[in-house]
Write a protein that binds this ligand. Structure first.
Ligand code: CMP
Length: 138
């Protein structure tokens, strides 16, 4: 079925000038962009967005990374969007990511892994609504 996922091009992707190349791969894989913006998360935004990880040892590092510069947030639509997008981006740790995946091509490490992809339809909805109002979703 056609459904939606949520992505962020993380600060390292923008710092390295990889925004266009990553969006091109997303486009070539057949995703339709139904919302998109460049924004910078506040500390409170990142703590809320990643609240599920707040007991993890890497939580502070994650919040600092995600707030250190602008991101590109987007909602993407496609058949089987959540699973197909996770296949396109590759494993969380780029060392384990398959050839040709976005993380294999553009991520430096497990912490700085270039892109986010929602892990379920339910989280895609929550995460998309965190960043975009109803009027910003097409
Ligand atoms: P993502 O899966 O998009 O959301 C959770 C993020 O936490 C993950 O990407 C990484 O950026 C980060 N993360 C996960 N595991 C680790 C780890 N072991 N060390 C540092 N950061 C991590």
């Amino acid at each position: 079925a056609t459904n939606r996922t949520f992505t962020m091009l993380k600060p390292d992707s923008l710092e390295k000038g990889n925004t266009g190349a990553i969006l091109e791969k997303i486009n070539a894989a057949g995703f339709r962009i139904v919302a998109m913006k460049m924004t910078q998360m506040s500390t409170k935004d990142a703590e809320t967005f990643y609240a599920v990880h707040n007991e993890r040892p890497f939580f502070r590092e994650l919040v600092e990374y995600m707030t250190r510069g602008p991101i590109v947030a987007a909602i993407l639509e496609k058949d089987n969007a959540v699973e197909d997008f996770r296949t396109l981006i590759g494993a969380t740790n780029p060392a384990d990511a398959a050839e040709g995946t976005i993380r294999k091509l553009y991520a430096a490490s497990m912490g700085e892994n270039a892109v986010h992809g929602s892990d379920s339809d339910e989280n895609a909805e929550i995460e998309g609504n965190f960043h975009f109002s109803g009027r910003e979703q097409f």
